[in-house]
Write a protein that binds this ligand. Structure first.
Ligand SMILES: [Cu+2]
Length: 133
């Protein structure tokens, strides 16, 4: 019993040591999140300072889901930061910023597309712009 547990452990370590496709299957079997161990996944954070509510969060998530190569998205309304796992071979930060911009929101230093922003619900617009106009 102990011996076989040790063998499984040793095998698991050996698989982790060499970066082979089996690694992902081993990770799944161990109950780990495969996204973090898979070969081509990079995590980044994107500032989305103009999101206002839960519906903004889903707009940004939908926009990022449409980008080929993006695997997981977590948008935090409190911190206004989107945490994204993506395949750097398929996409890049600029493409993701662009997608968010086209949904009507600022992403890092990329400003929102004015036409897309105009389409947003009133509750999703930046409060300043209401009084400013
Ligand atoms: Cu909103």
């Amino acid at each position: 019993m102990i011996k076989s547990t040790f063998l499984t452990l040793a095998l698991g370590l050996a698989l982790m040591a060499c970066n082979k496709p089996e690694q992902e299957q081993a990770a799944k079997a161990n109950g780990d999140t495969p996204q973090l161990t898979a070969g081509n996944v990079t995590q980044t954070t994107i500032k989305v300072p103009t999101i206002q509510c839960g519906s903004c969060v889903s707009h940004v998530e939908e926009a990022l889901k449409g980008v080929d190569g993006v695997s997981t998205i977590k948008v935090n309304l409190e911190t206004k930061i989107a945490e994204v796992n993506f395949d750097p071979v398929k996409t890049n930060l600029a493409a993701m910023e662009k997608a968010i911009s086209m949904a009507g929101y600022d992403a890092n230093d990329t400003k929102s597309d004015p036409a897309a922003y105009a389409e947003l619900d009133a509750c999703c617009k930046i409060p300043e712009s209401h009084s400013g106009k």
